[in-house]
Each structure stands twice: as C-alpha cells, then as structure tokens.
Design a protein around this ligand. Structure first.
Ligand code: PMP
Length: 353
C-alpha cells in the first residue's frame, strides 16, 4: 500500500547540479565557476568579521549590502533584494510573483531550474522553443500570459538578447511580471537594469557566483521597483528571515565595492573565451555565439555524451545535458588560459583517435 507522501515524493523533480568532484587536480570546466577567485579585499573582510560577533544573528535586512548594490546601480536600497544565491532569489520570485491564472512563459532551452520551480509551486508553464539557431523568438511571447522569465544571456546556450528586445517584451506585457535572469550578464550581455525606473513589472536577478567569483559564498540579488521587491521580502520573511549570514554580508559588500578586481577578472575571462572559441573552431566545432563565461559547442563526429566521457578520462570536466535538441552539445566553462589549453589538447587527442 502506498503512503500519501510516497506520491508527493515521486512527483518532485529536483534540479540535478553539475558534479563537484572530490578528486583533486581535475580541470573543472563544468559548473561555470570563475577561475580567478574572489576579490582579495572581500576575503580580508571575511577574516576581519570572523570573531565573537558570530554568536549574534546577522542583520536580517542585509542593509549595508543592499545599500552598496543600490549605489552601484543608481537605485535605492528598497529596490534591492538579496538572497542565498540567485537560485534562492529566483525560488522566492516563483513563489511570490509568477503564479497566475494565466501561464508562465519561458524559453525551451533555458535554465533547468525553471521547470523545477514551476512544478514545486504548482505554476502552469508554457515553454517557447528557441529557433533553429537557438535564438529566442520574441514573437513566441506575443500571447496572453501571467508572467515571463528569460535568462539573458541564455543558459546553456550563452546567446544574448539585445536591450531593445527585452524592453519590447517588458513594454508589451505591462500586466505580467517579467523576470530577467542575468547570472552571466557581466561577460558581455546587455543588462536590463536601466529599464527598472520605467517599468514596474520588471525584475532583474543577478548573482555574485560568476563575475564576482563567489559561488561558494551563495549571494544573489534582485532589482526592481518597490512593490516587486516587497513581495520577495514578504516571502523571505515567511521562510527564513536570515537568508544571508554575517560573513556573506560583509564579503559580498566588499566584493561589490572592488570594481578594479571585477573589471580585471572579467576582461581576462572574455579574452580567454574569445581564444577558446578560435581554438574550438579550428578543431571544427560549431560554437554558438556566447556572451557568457561558458561556450556551448558540438562536433559532428562525436555525441556530446561520448566527448564528455572521453574528456573526463583525461581529467577534464565539462557539462553535458541529456536533453533533446542539445544532447550533442558540451557546455564548457571558461577557465584560465592554461585550463583552456589542457581542454583543447585533450580534445585534439580524442578527435585524432
Ligand atoms: N541563473 C542561471 C541562468 C544559472 O545558470 C545559475 C547557475 N547555475 C543561476 C541562476 C544560479 O546561480 P547562483 O544560485 O549561484 O546565484
């Protein structure tokens, strides 16, 4: 006899995260981490904050961090929400804002957490397929909907939408919340932040995991006009009033202030990406145009799964999605130039075999 909770458990479809290996020495290009490490000033701030004050609860509103983020983007602190990674910020947005009698729209292909959250929060979702060149077609969003969520640049394709397209989407759906998930925007995409003052239905979500190299800290944030931010705060306060610990708050504040480190790392990374694209194309890979810290590439001669397995045997981790339409692709995070060179030489060996 099945118990009622067996039914609940069997219906949950959690997100499957990329491998975090326990073996040292692998070239880890599978989960879009930044190879250059967090701002030294932020690491120092953690050291200075790690003392007896940790017995006290942190500021539940993360005031200093929100003020710092707001100042950087020309907003006020009540237009900023912070959470434990942008995954948590997105989860709160799904719960607070994306459930509607009309469906939620998002692209197919996009971030695989969206179907997971839709199912978890019982949100009816319609997936709009990207076209043959993996571009998002704006015309597909020209239909009644309760809300829209789009990653820009998209994941895992890396393809960006220009600001004019985002504005058209937000402007033509004034009654729908439009969430733009900008996890990768700092590597060459167009941010929608300048549109916030004009559109009360726009929520922009960003993370410190990628361009700030703080995936291990777990800090993400949402920017939008006050009412949308207030919705997120109310859900957070009903869930966990202390989503960011003391160390995360001080480190993230220092990281956001360290513009020089941010600029230097993202410039190096963009140059490495351009170099890797050239090397992959020289090996006859098809590489989608990327504005992110990863590339999405396929080779006619091998399946994505076979290439991933062969790379793993050679100590190089990349991501493969066993999903129709993209199963022949590899998603390769941009590492240091040395890491990219190790990947390319492993690929040469595999393709010559
Ligand atoms: N959005 C997209 C599109 C992502 O790829 C990721 C990273 N997996 C996230 C959000 C979440 O990043 P984090 O929780 O580390 O901020």
């Amino acid at each position: 006899m099945s118990r009622y909770w067996s039914d609940i458990v069997s219906k949950l479809r959690p997100y499957v995260a990329g491998e975090q290996p326990r073996i040292p020495g692998l070239v880890k290009l599978n989960t879009n981490e930044n190879p250059y490490g967090p701002s030294p000033a932020a690491l120092e701030a953690i050291g200075q904050a790690a003392d007896d004050r940790l017995r006290l609860y942190p500021d539940p509103a993360a005031t200093e961090l929100r003020e710092t983020i707001a100042a950087r983007h020309g907003l006020t602190a009540d237009e900023v929400f912070v959470g434990n990674g942008s995954d948590e910020v997105l989860a709160h947005a799904f719960q607070a804002l994306l459930k509607h009698e009309l469906p939620l729209l998002y692209p197919d292909i996009s971030y695989s957490f969206y179907p997971t959250y839709s199912l978890l929060y019982d949100i009816e979702a319609i997936e709009a397929p990207v076209d043959d060149t993996f571009q998002i077609r704006l015309a597909d969003y020209d239909r009644p909907c309760g809300a829209i969520i789009i990653p820009n640049p998209n994941a895992p394709t890396g393809i960006g939408l220009p600001l004019a397209d985002i504005e058209a989407l937000v402007a033509t759906h004034p009654d729908a919340v439009v969430v733009i998930d900008e996890a990768y925007v700092d590597f060459g995409g167009d941010s929608a932040i300048p549109l916030i003052s004009k559109y009360p239905n726009l929520l922009v979500v960003q993370t410190l995991s990628k361009s700030r190299s703080f995936a291990g800290l777990r800090v993400g944030f949402a920017l939008g006009q006050r009412e949308l931010i207030e919705a997120l705060v109310r859900v957070k306060d009903s869930f966990n009033s202390y989503p960011l610990d003391r160390l995360a708050q001080v480190a993230a504040t220092a990281a956001i202030k360290d513009e020089a480190w941010f600029e230097a790392c993202r410039t190096k990374l963009i140059a490495s990406r351009d170099g890797l694209v050239r090397d992959l194309e020289a090996l006859e890979f098809e590489v989608l145009p990327s504005q992110a810290n990863f590339v999405f590439a396929r080779h006619e001669s091998r399946s994505g799964a076979a290439l991933q397995a062969a790379l793993r045997e050679r100590g190089v981790l990349v991501r493969h999605f066993a999903k129709p339409r993209i199963s022949d692709f590899l998603r390769i995070s941009i590492g240091t130039n040395e890491e990219c060179a190790r990947l390319v030489s492993a690929l040469k060996e595999i393709l010559a075999a």
